[in-house]
Write a protein that binds this ligand. Sequence first.
Ligand code: GAL
Length: 693
Amino acid sequence: MKLFGGAGGLWYGGDYNPEQWPEEVWAEDVRLMREAGVNLVTVGVFSWALEEPSPGRYEFGWLDTVLELCAEHGVAVELATPTAAPPAWFFRRHPEALPVTEDGQLLGPGGRQGFCPSSPAYRERALALVERLAARYRDHPALALWHVHNEYGCHNARCYCDTSAVAFRRWLRDRHGDLETLNAAWGTSFWGQRYGAWEEIVPPRRAAAFQNPTQRLDFYRFSSDELLACFRAERDLLRRATPGVPVTTNFMVHRSKNLDYWRWAAEVDIVSNDHYLVSADPRREVDLALSADVTRSLAAGRPWLLQENATSAVNWQPRNRAKLPGEMRRNGLAHVARGADGVCFFQWRASRAGAEKFHSGMLPHAGTDTRVWREVVELGETLRRLGPVAGGRVSAEVAILFDWEAWWGCELDSHPSVAVGYLDRIRAHYEALWDAGVTVDFAHPEADLSAYRLVLAPTLYLVSDVAASALSDYVAAGGHFLTTYFSGIVDPCDHVRLGGYPGAFREVLGVLVEEFFPLQAGESVRVEAEDPQGAGGRTREWAADVWTELLHLRGAEPVARYVDGPLPGVPAITRHRYRDGVAWYVATRLDAEATGALTEWVTADAGVTPTAEAPRQVEVVRRRTTVGETEAPYLFVLNHGGEPARVSASGTDLITGAPARGWIDVQPGNVAVIEEKGGAPGAAPSGGGQRRC
Ligand code: GAL
């Protein structure tokens, strides 16, 4: 099977931890893997203590057996470097490698990932092991992909120890060059924080008062880069040993604030991601789609791998919800719809001991006579049938700007309101677009946006000059742009852009904000909007909370004004024609109904169309493969709702083989994947599902 080239079908499998089980079980494992259609397993993720039981003594016999078994049974191996779990002997020898928290607390050994990312001893021992692993398995027929480490930064993203302090200073010298520049960047004239020697600088440990925000921002950047350096060192070694074998490491895209994944994505051969549903989220399908779209965007549109998800419940949330019948399959296929070329799980066999024994697996504690196992087998068969989809791309007319630096900056302390969170508006606008059936890419603020009809920048607090002027050029050239409160406020040093907010976008938005008026917890305001499309000015009244601001029009037209609150009559939403394009500004935190209605206006204004007309709670995404000159579109229709859904489609359902002659009916909880004939469908047939919204 060809890996991630598109021709070989989809991958299916999960983390395989045979070391947790007696050897007699392994033969059953591979037999059942075949039964389920598993063709890829990740082996050895946490096996350092087994592969190197004492310093410099390597034992790979058990791993040889496992890889042989996999090869014999046609299961490809994604071989992991086990560097996320240094063994007990390592910490006994190198107690200095244990991490220290912001509060100065030294963490103990145990758990996993409990090392300081800057520790020279950790890096040396990790690379020595990886070198042995690469040399031993470089020509193994089962080896398909390298899985480096595991979820970098999941538990040890930032270390504040003295070793980290030295590494931080080195990183700062590279970034700022000299102390004068650093003092200027950090604004150290404030509170007399001026540095006269590099040795005076320490990580932003808990202090008596607010830490310097730019120091914190630089420490976040440094910490992401330190772990990236660990990854690069392993990757380079693996690439030298096996130039033909791709290297990945599993991301946690929108769940992890710790790593700047734009920088990371450029360093991996294949982007892979872990996604777990949050039990308390009432719209888990939206969160899943968002995660998949961020991952595809990090992969620059290329196919990616769903490295981990759960067959049913996880064990690390306060209350862990089991998946309902059909949900696991629908989840997996939703990732495939949005560009995944494989669906993998943590983990193959549910553990009987250890911290994750109550986490679901492909093979549950109760064995094969179970709902989960039957669904695992069914999903394997479904993915086999969907093989032709592999390699396909998803295209979007809308992009949401997503930036880890803006996230870090937005959520620093001593801001006007603790209630402004970065993901909050990203999710709100994404959800409204999901409801409208519009496919979305995510983009770095400095990316080329010319392919998009509409670009959204929710709470993009920190923005570089390059991004600000590229966005103005984008709108000037005819693009449509929407941004919200607390965007364009500071530069990458976290210095306020002067002359009125939002400094970076004032001109393109045609507004000037004089002062922020954040609201108290529980306080809300009413906003009256005039439908820009509505003939005769139909008005609507919406609710908003968290934020208001004293805004002056400087060329923009008001779309909505506050009815009450601290600023009655002041514009809350504006629209500005800027050269050939349009820029919208949302100066308050609209509720979901208002965000949905505004999204309808903004998308209509920009000429953005849904993938297909479909009832609410029905997700429709198109993925296209290209072989030579031939393009094949596949329409994924996922019914998350409780009613049967009718959607326009013509072609053949790849899963059932049934023809779709103009439309298909998809039962609640079910999925159809139509290999489309005769191009994209038109409007929904009459009598079909109701229109959205
Ligand atoms: C992931 C991790 C896995 C496992 C899983 C449980 O974050 O990579 O090793 O712990 O969570 O959901």
